[in-house]
Design a protein around this ligand. Structure first.
Ligand SMILES: [Zn+2]
Length: 281
């Protein structure tokens, strides 16, 4: 979960180029929709990130189809838009989860619900396939009307430490459990959104698996630091410094920052418990 810079793309120009790349009825439909789409983009900007209030456009089935076709059928301007949004280095990893590679674009407002934003750059979030699939057409809670997910371009991720990790030994293995905790300064709506984002994208299990896989590769490094003198304080210090280093770039709520912090304070782990890592499957 992290924020990324708002794209600075000339969206009316992109829409015009996509329109020009089409043929026949679709081309003429998109052409007549240009003014409507420009107004819809302004409405998006004025509401973001609280896009629950966006009004539905009255579109004919043919207009809806043409707008969805504009995104789903690859054209040169659509391919350029995709590359512009996914190529920046700070978008390489999916901002929704922070673990997968951004290989797709997720429509923050689902395109089936609001096809007028099917090719709007500010509605297209670089994301991994897993997040895109899990998010699907979910947007708001049907009971409360509150939106489920953080908008990577508009929402600022709280700087308070809300990501928590429980860790313990269980017989011959290490159990990890990530969760989102309420902290002082976090308003209820933000906390609820963080919680639903975390739950619906199954981040607890995905972070746990990433952490265990990552730690397996760190075993030799931990052993070298611990050394023949069994220096658990040195290992704890090393882990704390790694947490600080990662936090400087990714903030306090990155799964790896939380992992290193937890391990640095886990006495049994630093006193040789880390050797269980070599037995993880
Ligand atoms: Zn993801």
């Amino acid at each position: 979960m992290r924020s990324i810079p708002l794209p600075t793309i000339d969206d009316s120009s992109v829409f015009g180029k996509i329109t020009a790349s089409k043929r026949g009825t679709r081309k003429s439909l998109l052409k007549t929709l240009e003014g409507t789409i420009a107004s819809a983009y302004l409405e998006y900007d004025s509401h973001a990130p609280n896009l629950e209030a966006i009004t539905d456009l009255r579109l004919t089935p043919e207009e809806r189809e043409a707008l969805l076709h504009a995104y789903s059928v690859e054209t040169i301007p659509m391919r350029e838009l995709r590359e512009d949004l996914t190529s920046p280095i700070n978008c390489v990893r999916c901002p929704l989860c922070g673990v997968g590679e951004s290989s797709t674009l997720d429509h923050f407002l689902p395109k089936e619900r609001t096809p007028q934003f099917s090719v709007y750059s500010k509605n297209l979030i670089p994301s991994c396939g897993k997040c895109n699939t899990l998010k699907n057409d979910l947007f708001v809670d049907s009971n409360t009307g509150a939106r489920h997910f953080l908008h990577a371009y508009y929402d600022r991720i709280p700087t308070a430490s809300f990501l928590h990790l429980d860790a313990k030994f269980d017989h011959s293995t290490i159990l990890l459990s990530y969760s989102v905790h309420h902290v002082l300064g976090l308003d209820k709506a933000t906390f609820d959104r963080l919680s639903s984002h975390f739950r619906l994208l199954r981040l607890s299990d995905r972070y746990r698996r990433m952490a265990l896989e990552f730690l397996r590769g760190e075993g030799r490094s931990f052993e070298r630091c611990y050394g023949k003198h069994k220096d658990s304080a040195r290992l704890a210090q090393e882990l704390a410094e790694k947490a600080e280093d990662w936090e400087a770039t990714y903030g306090p709520n990155h799964w790896l920052v939380v992992l290193y912090e937890k391990l640095s304070k886990w006495r049994e782990f630093c006193e040789g418990g880390f050797r269980l890592l070599s037995k993880l499957h």
